[in-house]
Ligand binder design. Structure first.
Ligand SMILES: [Zn+2]
Length: 318
């Protein structure tokens, strides 16, 4: 993947260096709107952009590389976005989740936060608990993303860990605002703790614990709150189930008297509808918060609270 000559890369790198020491970057066309001197943060997908916006506040310019309402797993970068990566003061991403981005960030060589360096990730196969003490921050050098579950933000306590790390990186970019970043990170963590408490209280004593999801995105949430996720597709939404797996899911739905098959608005609902029709269940939305269509109308907290309500209904919680 070659988007620019080495000479152009060096020029971009020089611009990025200048941006890092606090001078206005001169690189045009990286974003809608002129560069206004605020530090620029590029986030790989919505939950990281949300954290950057919450912690950075009005004095930081945050851009989400994944277009709102687009499924982020298979992000492909435009040359313009690659230029923006070279130009950004800080890039937030998750290695292995969006491989095209990993490569571009590595080549750009600017300041970046690879979120799994601070937030422990579970094995993709679904280990009982992903908090592997001692394993944090020492991921394998090659291809380690492929066998880990990226969907950490669906456990509010893990997203809270990201808040402090983002505040630390922003403080390195704009040291004069470090107090404000730390304060906003604390506020975000308090809200996430309250959300975590709501989930725990709301999902206690339910008649059922199994819930069927469109893709394997809710493993962290399930483990955090003592539930059992039954995913139709894999960690990657395009990992479609075999006929045998579909039969297995249908049997499980019947055995556990599951009333609801969840689907996602950014993915096809065909399989969920088929399973629901064949088992007499209904369908409902459970949103993995990977991409929010209208960020003015909803955000991480409102979508998560809608998820909690949907789960409480599906699991007949008291
Ligand atoms: Zn996903």
């Amino acid at each position: 993947m070659v988007f620019m000559t080495n000479r152009a890369k060096r020029a971009f790198a020089a611009v990025a260096m200048i941006a890092l020491i606090g001078t206005t970057s001169a690189c045009a066309g990286t974003d809608a709107g002129a560069d206004d001197g605020r530090p620029t943060v590029l986030a790989a997908f919505y939950p990281l952009a949300f954290v950057a916006e919450q912690v950075g506040g009005p004095n930081v310019r945050v851009t989400n590389l994944t277009t709102p309402g687009v499924e982020p797993h298979d992000l492909e970068l435009t040359p313009r976005q690659v230029g923006a990566i070279y130009d950004a003061d800080l890039v937030l991403y998750l290695k292995g989740f969006q491989p095209a981005l990993d490569e571009a960030i590595e080549q750009a060589g600017g300041r970046s936060l690879e979120i799994s360096m601070v937030v422990p990730l579970a094995e993709a196969s679904g280990e009982p608990d992903g908090h592997e003490d001692g394993a944090t921050g020492t991921p394998d050098e090659h291809g380690h993303g492929a066998d880990r579950d990226p969907h950490f933000w669906l456990d509010p306590s893990r997203l809270a860990i990201a808040a402090d790390a983002v505040a630390g990186q922003l403080s390195a970019v704009a040291p004069d605002q470090s107090g404000a970043f730390a304060q906003r990170a604390d506020q975000l963590k308090n809200r996430l703790t309250a959300l975590d408490d709501e989930f725990r209280a709301g999902l206690t004593g339910c008649q059922r614990t199994e819930f069927v999801t469109a893709h394997d995105a809710f493993g962290y949430l399930a483990r955090r709150f003592g539930l059992v996720q039954v995913p139709i597709a894999g960690i990657e939404p395009d990992q479609e189930p075999s006929a045998a797996r579909l039969q297995e899911i249908q049997q499980l739905v019947r055995d556990h008297h599951t009333t609801t098959i969840f689907f996602e608005t950014l993915l096809s609902a065909d399989l969920a509808e088929t399973i629901a029709r064949d088992t007499g269940a209904t369908t409902a939305v459970l949103d993995p918060v990977e991409g929010i269509k209208d960020t003015a109308a909803s955000d991480y907290f409102s979508v998560m609270r809608a998820n909690l309500a949907a789960l409480r209904k599906a699991l007949s919680c008291p």
